[in-house]
Design a protein around this ligand. Structure first.
Ligand code: 5RP
Length: 231
C-alpha cells in the first residue's frame, strides 16, 4: 500500500463514524482532504445530513463545492466529531505535532470545541518520541517576529520562518500571521514545551496538541489500526 492509499483507508474509516445530524469539524491537509471527499460522497449518495465547521479556507472551499452544508461558532457551541490529520502522533498518549499544512490555530480552536477528536494518518506518522527531525510549527504575529524567534531560541529551538519555494513572500496563515518552524530535537517533555511556548510573547499558538486527540485511525499494510488515548 502506498502512503496515499493508507491515508485514504484511514479517511474512509473515519467517515464511517459520522452520523446523521452531527456537527463535524473538518481538518486540513492531504489526509483530511480525503476525509472531506468521502463525506461529500456520503452526503451526495446516501443523503447523510450534517453540518460542518472547517479549519481552513481550503477545507471550507472543498466542502462547500462538494455540497456539504457549513455552519459556524455563532450557530454552534460544540462540535460532535472532528477529523483531522497530523504530522506526528505519539503512541499511547496521542499527543500530536500539527501545522506543517499551516492551519494549526484554527485546527486547535476546532479541536478544543469538539466532543471527540479523531486523527487520521498513514503509518509513517506514528512515533514513540515527538520532535526529532520534524519541526514544531509555531504561529507568531508579524510585528516583532524576530524578537519572538529569539525568545523561542532561548527555549532551545531553532526557528526558521516558513517561506514557500519560488515565492517572494513568506508564508502567511489564514489569520495573516507567520509560521516559525522550530526544530527542538526529540522532545522529552512535549507538554512543558507547549506551555512554555504559550507563555512566549508574540506566539499565537503552537502545533503541539497535548491531550486533545481521543482516537487515531492509522492506515497500514495490515489495514486501518485504531489507537485510543491511553488512561
Ligand atoms: C495542517 C495539519 C495537517 O493535518 C498535517 O500537516 C498533516 O497533513 P497531511 O495529511 O497532508 O500529511 O496539521 O495544519
Amino acid at each position: 500500500m502506498t502512503r496515499d492509499e493508507q491515508r485514504i483507508a484511514a479517511a474512509e474509516a473515519a467517515a464511517a463514524l459520522v452520523e446523521d445530524g452531527m456537527v463535524v469539524g473538518l481538518g486540513t491537509g492531504s489526509t483530511a482532504a480525503h476525509f472531506i471527499d468521502t463525506l461529500i460522497r456520503r452526503v451526495r449518495d446516501e443523503g447523510l445530513r450534517i453540518t460542518a465547521i472547517p479549519t481552513s479556507k481550503r477545507s471550507d472551499r472543498q466542502a462547500r463545492d462538494g455540497g456539504i452544508r457549513m455552519t459556524n461558532f455563532a450557530a454552534e457551541r460544540a462540535i460532535d466529531l472532528t477529523v483531522d490529520g497530523a504530522d506526528q502522533i505519539l503512541l499511547g498518549r496521542l499527543d500530536l505535532v500539527k501545522g506543517l499544512g499551516g492551519a494549526l490555530l484554527r485546527e486547535k480552536i476546532v479541536a478544543a470545541a469538539s466532543k471527540r477528536l479523531v486523527i487520521i494518518a498513514d503509518g509513517s506518522k506514528l512515533v514513540d518520541r515527538l520532535g526529532g527531525l520534524v519541526p514544531i510549527p509555531v504561529e507568531v504575529v508579524e510585528f516583532g517576529w524576530e524578537s519572538t524567534a529569539a525568545r523561542i531560541e532561548k527555549l532551545g529551538g531553532t526557528p526558521v520562518r516558513r517561506w514557500p519555494e519560488n515565492s517572494d513572500q513568506p508564508f502567511r496563515t489564514d489569520g495573516g500571521n507567520y509560521i516559525l518552524d522550530c526544530t527542538f530535537g526529540e522532545l522529552p517533555d512535549p507538554s512543558g514545551l507547549e506551555q512554555a511556548l504559550s507563555y512566549t510573547i508574540g506566539v499565537v499558538e503552537s502545533g503541539l496538541f497535548i491531550g486533545m486527540a481521543d482516537t487515531a485511525l492509522v492506515g497500514t499494510d495490515e489495514g486501518v489500526k485504531r489507537f485510543d488515548k491511553a488512561g
